[in-house]
Ligand binder design. Structure first.
Ligand SMILES: [Fe+2]
Length: 218
């Protein structure tokens, strides 16, 4: 029924509109995930501690609450994955956002007690993709019911329920994604958080952010 590829931009995955989240199971092969993990482990000593503790909106349009983990710049394999044509096509199609372009990528290094409090990503990030590189990461929680909520409302949730509210009406994704799954989230619109990490060995989580190219840019 398409007259041109540009007319039909509906998400192909029903979860995207319902919950702002899509899980692409088995998208990456185990070998590729293992190679990403190996490269991150080789660089792990260069991780920069990241632990802002404020609560509130940022100028980039995000909302933040306390965070604690190490931030590792992307190695060549993760940078390659961010520009991978198959992944980009899958993320574009499942979200109905054909103009997505890679914006950045990094690896979060979680050590015992590290966490990521309730937050949203920068406004220009339309999709945040996460790939678990180790097996014992804490679950990701997200709150579709708080999509596009005002900063004051998010601050109220944090004040009432803490930095990582574990409530039945919020959704969670268990890790590990042992099948090479890729999780895409509308990170700038849907608040999300990770509970404290309890592993003894460092937990590694790769993330790739995508922005929407300007209509005239493509
Ligand atoms: Fe995030």
């Amino acid at each position: 029924m398409h007259t041109t590829a540009q007319l039909d931009h509906r998400p192909t995955h029903p979860d995207w509109e319902r919950s702002g989240s899509v899980l692409l199971s088995r998208h990456l092969g185990a070998d590729r995930v293992a190679a990403l993990a190996t490269q991150a482990h080789q660089q792990i000593d260069t991780a920069v501690p990241y632990s802002p503790d404020e609560v509130g909106p940022h100028r980039d349009g995000s909302f933040t609450s306390p965070v604690r983990y190490g931030l590792l710049p992307a190695g060549p394999l993760l940078t390659q994955l961010a520009h991978d044509a198959s992944l980009l096509r899958a993320v574009r199609e499942s979200t109905g956002l054909p103009g997505l372009v890679p914006r950045g990528c990094s690896v979060a290094v979680y050590r015992y007690g590290d966490f990521h409090g309730l937050h949203t990503d920068a406004a220009e990030v339309k999709v945040t993709v996460c790939v678990a590189l180790t097996a014992d990461l804490p679950p990701l929680w997200w709150a579709p019911s708080l999509r596009d909520a005002a900063p004051e409302a998010l601050a109220g949730v944090v004040a009432d329920s803490g930095f990582w509210p574990e409530c039945a009406h919020f959704e969670r994704l268990e890790h590990p994604l042992t099948d090479g799954g890729v999780h895409a989230l509308a990170g700038s619109r849907v608040p999300h958080w990770r509970t404290p990490f309890t592993g003894e060995e460092p937990g590694l989580l790769a993330s790739i952010t995508y922005a929407q190219a300007s209509p005239s840019g493509s």
